[in-house]
Design a protein around this ligand. Sequence first.
Ligand SMILES: [Fe+2]
Length: 163
Amino acid sequence: MNTHHMRPTRIDLAPATREAMVELLNRQLADTLDLYTQTKQAHWNVTGPQFQQLHELFDELAGQLIGHLDLLAERATALGGAARGTLRMAAAVSRLPEMPAGFHDGLAVVRLLADRYAALAASTRAAIETATRAGDAATADLFTEISRALDKALWFLEAHLQA
Ligand SMILES: [Fe+2]
């Protein structure tokens, strides 16, 4: 099995461009899947007086990440590449730090998640630039959509940290 094998397609982007975009999309897919599992981890293990509210917020944010995963993976496949979307494939290359194990006090876990959302938002913003420079406006637009959603998620998280 060749993990870098590209399928032929009638899409009018150069094969090298498509391959570069597939790599970029898979890199973002890995971090996003990692963040999805960490957000669910927070959903399950959050403790403290704001439990109910944070428990629900984290589930809503996790659901949004599922949507991003599908966008990223299906853009990669549309461009003729294979998506690398299992948990183990993602864990092997994710650039995010792991979430500490065990229970998490409400605001402490909001801080941990905010750091990770900020990291993903930053790499997504960089990916907009990379896709734009490569001449793939559609992939840049996809990253732009995700970037806007991540910035909003970060706002929801940071609102809890600002007294
Ligand atoms: Fe749940």
